[in-house]
Ligand binder design. Structure first.
Ligand code: TXA
Ligand code: MG
Length: 354
């Protein structure tokens, strides 16, 4: 990554996303190859002109992201798909109809107007139509297609609040449009529609069964299921370590009473050894732990509340500067798979079964 010295730091303006004047200002920045972070319904995105190599290059520099990791192109009108993709199979149309605008990204063969800088040299392009009104307004007002990865520094949890973006991007981008807390909290589901059977490359709020209801059989990229050095994930970004807090995170999995007992034992061991620790839990179990730092990720009975809080809680671990973090597992419900995909990465797949 390019080192940002004090000379090349820029002023990052924080503006109200719902204000039409802010949107106009953001539009001008984007048209001049600048970068604007904006809220989507999943996480905050770091936007630049998707058809401009220079803007794409600036995105990689701001994030410190490897340039083989392609960007998602955000659109506000299905007509755009036909400008960007050389072929739009029937199943893609059915998914667009069913889930757009919304948290689904579709991989399609790209047309030449999409530069290599945006697709990391791939001959496919990832396209999504977000449902957040600020995102849609920004795309419409600018008349651009907006390339936007999550607006975090590479490796950190994706931002779910404008303040998270400020933490990571201050001095590196021109503007942040503040839209408050995002709704979903984990990134969009990615589905590759270029083969015979559609493949999920990243799990998300739109689940396998929701996709199958519309287009029949869908598989999951095998590289996502078990970490295996011989399997290369089809979404280049999925191979990187992600979300990991600075402290060592372990997931403790099993029957609740065993999990509570084990975490309490581990916390007390670490404290006795002179370290500090935090516990990631849910509303249901929060008062069963004996630890100074209890981080409540949400309500176990409602998986979407855990998705919405997960990244915020992982960022809090860094603010608290804890050495060890122990988390319950959150496998339950429709969203369990998508949540655990992120938590397992954050934990470097360190799981203690009890
Ligand atoms: O919810 C989201 O999708 C958010 C918001 C801002 O829209 N964006 C997001 O972007 O999560 P990013 O860049 O953090 O993740 C994009 C993922 C990466 O894993 C990347 O490798 C994969 O999408 N990807 C992008 N283009 C691809 C392509 N042509 N083929 C396969 N994977 C692709
Ligand atoms: Mg990301």
């Amino acid at each position: 990554m390019t080192n940002l010295t004090t000379e090349n730091l820029i002023t990052t303006k924080l503006a109200e996303g719902s204000n039409p004047d802010s949107i106009k200002e953001a539009t001008l920045i984007l048209k001049n190859k600048g970068l604007v972070a904006f809220p989507t319904e999943t996480v905050y995105g770091l936007g630049g002109d998707a058809l401009d190599n220079e803007a794409a290059a600036r995105i990689y520099t701001a994030k410190g992201r490897p340039s083989d990791n392609p960007l998602i192109v955000h659109i506000a009108d299905t007509k755009a798909v036909y400008e960007l993709a050389s072929e739009v199979p029937k199943k893609a149309k059915m998914l667009m109809e069913a889930f757009w605008p919304g948290p689904l990204t579709i991989i399609l063969p790209k047309k030449n107007i999409v530069p290599d800088g945006t697709t990391g040299g791939l001959d496919t392009v990832a396209i999504r139509m977000p449902s957040h009104p600020v995102a849609l307004e920004l795309i419409r007002e600018s008349g651009l297609y907006i390339a936007a990865p999550s607006a975090n520094t590479s490796g950190r949890p994706s931002p779910t609040l404008a303040s998270h973006v400020m933490e990571d991007m201050n001095g590196r981008i021109e503007m942040i449009l503040d839209g408050g807390a995002v709704g979903i909290g984990i990134e969009s589901t990615i589905v590759d529609i270029t083969g015979d059977v559609p493949v999920i490359l990243r799990p998300g709020f739109i689940t396998k069964s929701m996709l199958e209801e519309i287009i029949g059989e869908v598989t999951i990229d095998p590289a996502l299921i078990e970490p295996d050095p011989n399997l290369r994930p089809k979404a280049p970004g999925m191979k990187y370590t992600h979300y990991a807090p600075k402290g060592e995170l372990s997931i403790v999995e099993g029957a609740t009473s065993n999990v509570v007992a084990k975490i309490n034992e581990l916390v007390s061991e670490r404290i006795d050894a002179g370290f500090n620790a935090a516990v990631i839990t849910t509303l249901e179990n929060a008062d069963r732990f004996d630890c100074e730092n209890i981080l409540v990720a949400g309500d176990r009975a409602q998986g979407e509340t855990i998705a919405a809080k997960l990244y915020q809680v992982l960022r809090q671990c860094d603010e608290l500067n804890v050495d060890y973090i122990f988390s319950e597992a959150f496998n339950d419900g429709e969203l369990g798979g998508a949540i655990m995909n992120r938590l397992l990465k954050a934990a470097g797949h360190r799981v203690i079964k009890v």
